[in-house]
Design a protein around this ligand. Sequence first.
Ligand SMILES: Cc1cc2nc3c(=O)[nH]c(=O)nc-3n(C[C@H](O)[C@H](O)[C@H](O)COP(=O)(O)O)c2cc1C
Length: 211
Amino acid sequence: MELLDKLNWRYATKKMDPAQAVPQDKVDRIVEAARLAPTSSGLQPFEVIVVTNAELRAKVRAVAWNQAQITDGSHLLVFAAWDNYTPERINQMFDYTNQVRGGTNDGWEAYRQKLLASYPGRDAQVNFEHAARQAYIGFGASVIAASFEGVDSTPMEGFDPAAVDDLLGLKARGLRSVTLLPLGYRQAEGDWLVKLEKVRRPRDQFVTELN
Ligand SMILES: Cc1cc2nc3c(=O)[nH]c(=O)nc-3n(C[C@H](O)[C@H](O)[C@H](O)COP(=O)(O)O)c2cc1C
């Protein structure tokens, strides 16, 4: 299947088959797609938490509009963004880059100083929102990767982030949950959406071509 066929195949699955688990190698590749996603300045200001624990997923479901995919799927990905940009976090990423690449250069170090002079001084909420936008890029990559793997998923914003942060102990780690992505396999019976046509605005209302 071409990628676009897979994107047409995917949909925000409403009912997952609790009897079918996604193989770990597929989950790993879906998570890897998020790790490989581009982020602003390459800071990767988010993490992915993979929850399989049934009890924990039941607790998350209770603060996520009782959405059944969270417990019917086999894996729950939680995308959690940095709560702020700190000098430590920025330096860590620049230092790590230097380590991986075996050196640095003046332009790169000047860029580090530019970020250090601007990001940490901003309001934490502004920084979190910037970090959350980067988390969405990884989230999107995982949604696409899941379809590529023939795995169903449900992108979710329908949850209480503060409650999820409490359940997963994210605050103490300087993280805030942004989105959820249950993974599993569709169960056509009981899924009101599975047979409905995908709705997207026509291309001419979506794309402007300036030649
Ligand atoms: C950021 C985001 C949050 C969403 N939150 C939920 C959600 O909490 N529950 C749900 O069932 N669907 C959720 N959706 C699914 C959308 O409603 C769905 O992607 C959209 O209607 C397009 O349909 P399709 O994905 O089936 O093609 C969310 C999608 C995105 C991208």
